[in-house]
Design a protein around this ligand. Sequence first.
Ligand SMILES: Cc1ncc(COP(=O)(O)O)c(C=O)c1O
Length: 398
Amino acid sequence: MTDWQELASKYLMTTYKRMPVTFVRGQGSRLWDDAGREYLDFFGGHVVVNLGHCHPEVVATLREQAGTLMHYSNVVYTTPQIELARLLVENSCLDRAFFCNSGAEANEAALKLARKWAKEHKDGAYEVICAENAFHGRTLATVTASGTERYKAPFTPLPTGFLHVPFNDVEAIKRATTEATCAVLLEPIQGEGGVVIPDDDYLRRVRAWCDEQNLLLILDEVQTGIGRTGKLFAYQHYSVEPDIITLAKGLGNGFPIGAVLAKERCAVFVPGDHGTTFGGNPLAARVGYTVVKYVIDNDIPAQAAAKGETLGRRLATLHDCYEFVEDVRGKGMLWAVEFGREMAEEVTLACLEEGLVVNNVRPNTLRLSPPLTVSEEELEEGLAKLDKVFAALSYMDA
Ligand SMILES: Cc1ncc(COP(=O)(O)O)c(C=O)c1O
């Protein structure tokens, strides 16, 4: 049998510390490795496959569109892109869409949009207030906007114009605001930061401050969007209307696509300001359309909310049972289990041995993000595996 991991170590750049598994097939909430072993997927390849692997409607769309028109660039009109823009706009508080290929690109475009808007409407203000512990991507601007110093240190000098304040602290945003501030960029719930959920009134108070100071509120919904938290977009939990949101991950259910949605007042790009060869091409846009339409028509966010309650209840039981579990928290189908020590990698590897894929999002924190279409039985099966892993670790601790 081919040793894929050996070949990877020879030919790939070592950007990731990978789990020792090679997946070759996926269906629904399940995956199979190159030896034919089956796994339950409670991670979704970084919170992407909201509708499960190889969802039949997504696969059918891909096949059909691939044989119709795969690519044309943005110097012409293509119908899937316009239809996806309309669907997203009609189901959000935003007015216009720009399509790209990833979350980082979506945030990069949002940052450029904010700077251009401020050049025209705010005396050239350019600073963006971001949150500590945030994650917005790996391009130079988005890694600078992110809150993890370790991700930035090798790449200095970094672009200027980004300030960081503690998440969930409105007063800190107020103190950081100056004449130079043009926008506040936040995740509604910090995903990579360990599923950090702000107070219920946080975004509302940030919105009020942005209104008072004429700042744009940009919400990075790359991870929280497309039903993940129990609403189509996470901002809908908090009775706020952002000026800009960014999307990727669940938008293509595994097919690469990103989007920026903006209010009319700040959709200030004109020809030449920004662009992308592949962004919003017919194949990606048609897949995005199928995904979003399916999510809306089948009320997947409501299903995520209901299943998330079950998941939360079962995790709370594990919290009660195991003294090394310090906290469980989440919304919809995005959950974290925080440990009293740095054991998340050990747990992740033990789960893999049990046939359950989870993610050690932080050294002391596990992230659980099953497909929103996971069945109650699969949810129980995965949680039983997690319980078994915890029990073994607890026995070793004793
Ligand atoms: C909130 C958030 N923003 C941006 C990104 C970057 O997205 P991508 O990896 O598609 O560039 C991520 C990826 O994890 C994310 O979670």
